[in-house]
Design a protein around this ligand. Sequence first.
Ligand SMILES: Nc1ncnc2c1ncn2[C@@H]1O[C@H](COP(=O)(O)OP(=O)(O)OP(=O)(O)O)[C@@H](O)[C@H]1O
Ligand SMILES: [Mg+2]
Length: 308
Amino acid sequence: MDFAISVKNLSKKYDNGFQALDGVNLDVKKGEIFALLGPNGAGKTTLISTICGIVQPSSGHVEVLGHDNQSQYRKARSHIGLVPQELTTDAFETVLNTVSFSRELFGKAKNAAYIEDLLKKLSLWDKKDTQIRMLSGGMKRRVLIAKALSHEPDILFLDEPTAGVDVELRKSMWEQVRQLQETGVTVILTTHYLEEAEEMADRIGVIRKGKVILTESKKTLMEKLGKKELVLDLYKPLMTLPDDLKNLDITIVTDGMQLVFTYDPLKEDNGVVSLLEKLKEYGVKCKDFNTRQSSLEDIFVELVGESS
Ligand SMILES: Nc1ncnc2c1ncn2[C@@H]1O[C@H](COP(=O)(O)OP(=O)(O)OP(=O)(O)O)[C@@H](O)[C@H]1O
Ligand SMILES: [Mg+2]
């Protein structure tokens, strides 16, 4: 398997002695969308910056499409586009100039048609002659994306790409990222929006206190950890649970008119049948029921529980 990114035993201790990365191993496959999830200060930006060669690791190695990101820095970097978390752009430059210049910095031949197409896709073409300082925050972020894509990279890093971007624009950015994936670009993003990871990612890595504690395909993650909820609508309100149901994960909601039973769908004996039997025994009648899968958000909160 050819990896877009291969990270081996990567650690970073900042000068002040803070261990921001602690023995990270991570492979990202070519063409996938990989989301890095973790609470504030978990090490997401440090990891991305170290992979991109902006931050020097204390130990460990990174390969970018087979190139060591230190001994073959220029080659490795040429494959990468990075959209940083912090908005940093040249305020007085115009959109078109700044994006075109960014391409030239990578030594790529001018390609006006490519840049035009890029700006159009990011809905920035009508702003091409506007100075960046006059753009809104969301537009500035899109300029950073255009800059990162200006040299046609194979791997795009998006560090919190939709922070401060409104819902509509966020959806359009997701769409653009998917289109990029269709053209073969590998995308690695960090996000605080669990909805975003759930919506976009093929695989998800959870980072906490500088350690990648889990990498899994989104599907497997949901199946493995995703509990299900059985919601029962009752005929009559039930104020307290019968004693031998009290040890089950049941909550009474909507003034006693509903019971919510949380269970593990992968367990052979998941408790649903015995719950229904017991309710019958106690004369609790159900009008209707439905089940729902808990979202990635629940899974994430469970995993990273306490803050970093
Ligand atoms: N230059 C630095 N010197 C010392 N410590 C740093 C430096 N940069 C980051 N850190 C620390 O390293 C830890 C990880 O920071 P990092 O920015 O990688 O987190 P993050 O996961 O990106 O957080 P956020 O979600 O807030 O963006 C934090 O505790 C941070 O304070
Ligand atoms: Mg960060």
